[in-house]
Write a protein that binds this ligand. Structure first.
Ligand code: PMV
Length: 431
């Protein structure tokens, strides 16, 4: 499906990149103490459409966060100065104030910084000569611990790597490159990220992760790799209860200072749950009945242990209770103290029961996202179902005023695609 660019500065077709959000299945908090964690990709993704221009400018359009910036090459810091930065986040000091003037303080500022950092690092003047437009849309809920930032950075880095002529295919080598540059983007945005989010968004499937080691893909999933095993069906439930990851991590540390042996025993128990789950997922049958029974127990146990660490919340317990009443195990995911919970939906689950759980959680004021965990990672395509991306976007239903008239700029049309149309750009499982 993927066609290499004829040359970085030559004519090239519109293309689309995409990358998934993530959910931590097991091991949050314990991972801070060197224990194993397991994360998986969501089927909610960020999508970037990239089109060529003829005026030597680069436009970044992010309708979700009201960013629309058009930059000449000269507004970027030079590559040498970016390479000398002690930390990618220091790029702000290299940018002319007018570049950031319209975006002070908001998420737009971070996006512009990442864009400038990655462009300066990757895209040279020759590749920039004719210019390009990039619009990124995301179906990953923002600020919910579901890896929306990493999905954005992976989609963005992939697009810029391709424009620069450094990436022609999303193979093992390509993914390594994308992961490394997306991590830099995460550093610009978050300072000292662990790297798990960009690794999941890049590789997809399930990953085993321990601090200080490279995340290890568990070659098992629907990620388009060697196996066509199905992913895990889940409901991700956002309680909308605000939480601070930093404060929750600090709280666990304080508890451990007071009750070191007890907390270390809890961490060890979590580690054994994560390790066993990772082994099962690596065996390649996440959805088989035996694995599912095991994972169900692991999910319940892990939630209880996280509550013992003091990171539970009544809203999260409510999710566990509502789901548990219909034989669906649930646990908090991420930092806890609010935020999201995941509900494992067994293969034999009664659809009525799934609808009831969803209905009760929505009635409680929570958002409920049905998802399949363990699907494809980063993707880059020139065609959608055999149709060139540009033609597909032109033909897709749009929310532009006046309807689908085929006249508007491709980027504007992409920005106005309804979410359901956007979701159709997802790579097909197992391809
Ligand atoms: O808040 P989230 O979903 O990004 O997850 C935080 C996970 C912790 O283990 C609590 C912290 C960490 O840095 O791993």
């Amino acid at each position: 499906m993927v066609v290499a660019l004829s040359s970085p500065a030559g004519p090239w077709p519109a293309f689309v990149t995409s990358a998934p959000g993530k959910v931590i299945l097991f091991g949050e908090h314990a991972v801070v103490y060197g224990k194993t964690a397991v994360a998986g990709s969501l089927d909610m993704r960020a999508y970037a459409l990239c089109t060529p221009r003829t005026d030597g400018l680069a436009r970044l359009l992010l309708p979700d966060i009201s960013v629309d910036a058009t930059l000449p090459f000269a507004s970027l810091p030079c590559r040498a100065s970016v390479e000398q930065l002690a930390h990618p986040g220091d790029v702000a000091g290299l940018l002319a104030p007018h570049v950031l003037a319209d975006y002070e303080g908001g998420p737009g500022r971070t996006a512009i910084l990442t864009f400038a950092y990655l462009c300066a690092s990757l895209v040279d003047e020759a590749a920039w000569a004719e210019g390009f437009s990039l619009c990124v849309r995301s179906l990953v809920p923002v600020g919910s611990g579901l890896g929306s930032s990493a999905a954005f950075h992976v989609a963005l880095a992939t697009a810029l790597l391709r424009i620069s002529g450094r990436l022609t295919a999303v193979d093992a080598l390509g993914r390594k490159l994308v992961d490394a540059w997306a991590f830099r983007g995460e550093q610009v945005a978050h300072g000292t990220p662990s790297g798990i989010d960009n690794a999941v968004a890049t590789h997809g499937g399930f990953l085993r992760y321990t601090k200080g080691a490279a995340p290890q893909p568990l070659g098992n999933s629907a990620a388009g790799g060697s196996s066509s095993a199905a992913g895990l069906r889940m409901l991700v439930c956002d309680t909308h209860v605000p939480k601070s990851t930093m404060a929750l991590v600090a709280g666990v540390r304080e508890l451990r200072d007071q009750h070191t042996e007890a907390i270390d025993a809890v961490m060890q128990a979590i580690d054994s749950i994560s390790t066993r789950a990772a082994d099962l997922l690596a065996a390649g049958k996440p959805g088989c009945a035996e694995a599912e029974r095991h994972l169900a127990g692991a999910v319940r146990l892990n939630h209880g242990l996280l509550c013992a660490l003091g990171v539970g919340h009544p809203a999260l317990d409510l999710v566990c209770r509502v789901a548990g009443q219909r034989c669906m195990p649930a646990k908090l995911t991420g930092a806890g103290g609010g935020g999201c919970a995941l509900v494992l939906v067994p293969a034999e689950a009664d659809e009525q029961a799934v609808a009831e759980v969803t209905g009760e959680l929505v009635a409680a004021g929570f958002a409920c996202y049905p998802t399949v965990v363990g699907g494809p990672g980063v993707a880059m395509d020139d065609f959608v179902d055999g149709v060139p991306v540009a033609r597909w976007v032109e033909a897709a239903p749009s929310e532009l005023p006046g309807g689908a008239d085929g006249q508007s700029d491709l980027i504007e049309r992409f920005a106005a695609l309804p979410d359901a149309a956007l979701a159709q750009l997802a790579p097909r499982t197992g391809t």
